[in-house]
Design a protein around this ligand. Structure first.
Ligand SMILES: Nc1ncnc2c1ncn2[C@@H]1O[C@H](COP(=O)(O)OP(=O)(O)OP(=O)(O)O)[C@@H](O)[C@H]1O
Ligand SMILES: [Mg+2]
Length: 262
């Protein structure tokens, strides 16, 4: 795996924290993500993974800390100092967000083609033939029969919906994609195919990604680096193989051993 870092991080997260009332959901989360790097965020249910992801993807403001993103012009920009319009533009161009539940990331009643074309239209593409051919191309890339282009995702299987959600996000060639448990809730064989596809796409497109998962096998397959969370804190981070083969923190040791035990 390529672990050579370019000098400047794409995303820089420092001391991010969030509370819900009295409950501390996230505390002191810090890490950098480099261009083209896939980072897995693992930890048990309730450890703060989604809270972290939503905080760094400008979906739910943290109570403390900073999130900085390197724009295409090379400028590092504080995500929460941006206007809402700038945040929205970022979210539909340079960023992607793949939801665990495809219905949260798709428009279930409009055609698959329109779901893929929408983000392109948001960037100003208006030519119908061009939108349709690009949508067709992307359906094929995610192994959806192009003949289904006019069908609504409501008529798709779970795996197809998830692949469509991925196509919809990647069509604008984002530089960073956030994914919250993209494969959970799918059959094991469907998961394997989706993971394989994600692996290929992230490599081909040199996509940086942050993938939340409670499944260490997903981290092993997709991620260059990983962070381990417990009770709202990052307790361990490092290269995926290192963390999984030689975990240092007792909680990571427990996670790794409980996966190995049947
Ligand atoms: N909207 C909310 N209101 C109140 N508490 C919340 C809210 N969202 C999350 N929490 C709490 O914050 C903590 C972290 O939750 P979070 O959803 O980030 O965990 P998670 O690691 O994503 O879990 P899971 O694997 O189950 O998705 C939990 O204690 C949760 O109960
Ligand atoms: Mg979650």
């Amino acid at each position: 795996m390529n672990t050579a870092h370019s000098p400047a991080p794409l995303l820089s997260v420092r001391n991010v924290g969030k509370r819900y009332g009295d409950r501390v959901a996230l505390q002191g989360a810090s890490f950098d993500l480099w261009p083209g790097e896939v980072l897995a965020v693992v930890g048990e249910s309730g450890s703060g993974k989604s809270t972290l992801l939503n905080a760094i993807a400008a979906r739910s403001a943290p109570d403390e800390g900073t999130v900085q993103f390197r724009q295409r012009n090379g400028e590092l920009q504080d995500v929460y100092a941006m206007s809402e319009a700038q945040q929205r533009l970022l979210a539909r161009t340079d960023w992607g967000f793949v939801h665990q539940n495809a219905a949260d990331g798709l428009r279930m009643d409009v055609s698959a083609g329109a779901n893929v074309g929408e983000r392109l239209m948001g960037l100003g593409e208006r030519h119908y033939g061009k939108l349709r051919s690009t949508a067709m191309e992307w359906l094929q890339r995610v192994e959806i029969d192009a003949a289904r282009i006019d069908d609504a995702p409501r008529t798709f299987s779970g795996g197809m919906r998830q692949r469509l959600q991925i196509a919809r996000n990647l069509v604008t060639q984002p530089r960073l994609v956030f994914m919250d448990e993209p494969t959970s809730g799918l059959d094991v064989s469907v998961q394997a195919r989706l993971l394989d596809m994600l692996r290929q796409l992230t490599r081909q497109m040199q996509l940086a990604a942050i993938i939340v998962t409670h499944d260490l096998a997903v981290a092993r397959l997709l991620a260059h680096r990983m962070v381990v969370m417990q009770r709202g804190r990052v307790v361990e981070s490092g290269l995926t193989d290192q963390v999984l083969d030689d975990p240092q923190h007792p909680y990571t040791q427990l996670l790794v051993s409980s996966v190995l035990q049947p």
